[in-house]
Design a protein around this ligand. Structure first.
Ligand SMILES: [Zn+2]
Length: 364
């Protein structure tokens, strides 16, 4: 099953919605197609009640930290289901003038994307952070430094991660605490197949499950991983290790998106010299806690290598052309301290493989 098959399934929900407006809150239009750009997706908001209950229920005050408006809408539509208060924030809310609101809200639990949660933490006082007893994270790989930062910033919080996708809901159970980072036990009702595994057993994760009465069959998640038998102390016998996105033409980090077509465009000024490139990105923890994006660009350069002054100039030119949000370039985010300056390396050798079908990879 591909994304278009899911769109077809939930299009049926749209027909039901049009004749039963009283059920309007049961459905959400996922306005953004995210970075896969395949058109809007209608999905039932209550498709995974157990998942929603574990994420939004049972806490006094939950702070939800997600960028996409669709995800935030989804949270808001379900607030009434589980009691407690939910405050959902976007990137635009992380501003000095909103700090008082976060301070006043005093969340007891924070849910969201790890890099976004770290950024929100920057806007919270130590006292507000110490009141958080539970962190629920999903949507991104967690690096060792990010995990360390979470523990330092939220000393009283239990950290639980889960593998969840916005298209098919929970794929894994919440982390049991015994497995390595980014490794999970599949959820009970989910069956997982690894598509075309390489020699290390890593391939695209395909998910089958029943959702809102619809059979989802081998849905292509776009995530890479490997599945292996284990005998976990929690009693589970299968582990699923996430390795990032398959064949990605984009990487999300530090509140920005690096897109392959943007690199193609920014580099095109040097097309007489550059016939191939690779992008490696990661996040590091900044001095005060928030994560900072780190991007390295490797160019295969034909002809004489530029002088070091010219290399620096080329790096600045590329960063100045490269849009990483709809309105801002990498240079602008570097100036704001959200990213380190772009590092560009030049090579006359052919470039390394191991990037699956893409030229980009995230180093966790
Ligand atoms: Zn376990």
């Amino acid at each position: 099953m591909e994304r278009k098959d899911l769109v077809a399934i939930w299009d049926k929900a749209l027909e039901r919605l049009s004749v039963e407006p009283s059920e309007a809150t049961s459905y959400a239009l996922r306005i953004s197609a995210g970075t896969s750009g395949k058109g809007p997706l209608i999905a039932p908001t209550k498709f995974d009640q157990a998942l929603l209950r574990s994420w939004l229920g049972g806490a006094e005050r939950t702070l939800a930290c997600y960028g996409p408006r669709g995800t935030r809408l989804f949270n808001v539509l379900n607030i009434d289901l589980f009691g407690g208060k939910v405050l959902t924030v976007g990137v635009e809310d992380i501003a000095p003038e909103r700090a008082a609101l976060l301070e006043e809200f005093m969340p007891t639990r924070i849910v969201g994307y790890p890099t976004f949660v770290l950024r929100v933490a920057e806007a919270m006082s130590a006292q507000a952070r110490s009141g958080v007893v539970s962190l629920r994270l999903a949507g991104e790989l967690l690096s060792e430094t990010m995990e360390g930062a979470m523990q330092a910033l939220f000393p009283n919080a239990e950290l639980v991660m889960q593998y969840v996708t916005s298209e098919v809901g929970a794929v894994s159970r919440p982390s049991c605490g015994y497995l390595p980072r980014n490794t999970y036990h599949p959820a009970d009702e989910v069956s997982v197949v690894i598509d075309s595994p390489d020699e290390a057993g890593v391939g695209e994760i395909l998910v089958s499950k029943i959702m809102s009465g619809e059979r989802i069959v081998e849905y292509h998640t776009g995530d890479l991983g490997r599945s292996y038998p284990c005998s976990c102390r929690c009693g589970e016998t299968t582990a699923l290790e996430l390795r990032g996105r398959a064949g990605t033409d984009y990487l999300k980090l530090a509140g920005a998106v690096l897109r392959i077509e943007e690199f193609d465009r920014a580099i095109s000024a040097y097309k007489d010299y550059v016939d191939d490139y690779r992008v490696e990105a990661t996040t590091r923890v900044g001095k005060d806690g928030p994560s900072v994006g780190v991007v390295q660009l490797l160019l295969r350069w034909s002809g004489a290598l530029p002088t070091s002054a010219r290399k620096q100039e080329i790096a600045n030119e590329i960063a100045g052309r490269l849009f990483v949000t709809p309105t801002r370039t990498l240079s602008q985010l570097v100036a704001e301290g959200l990213f380190d300056p772009l590092e560009v390396k030049f090579s006359s050798e052919s470039l390394p493989g191991g990037y699956k079908t893409s030229k980009m990879r995230y180093l966790s």
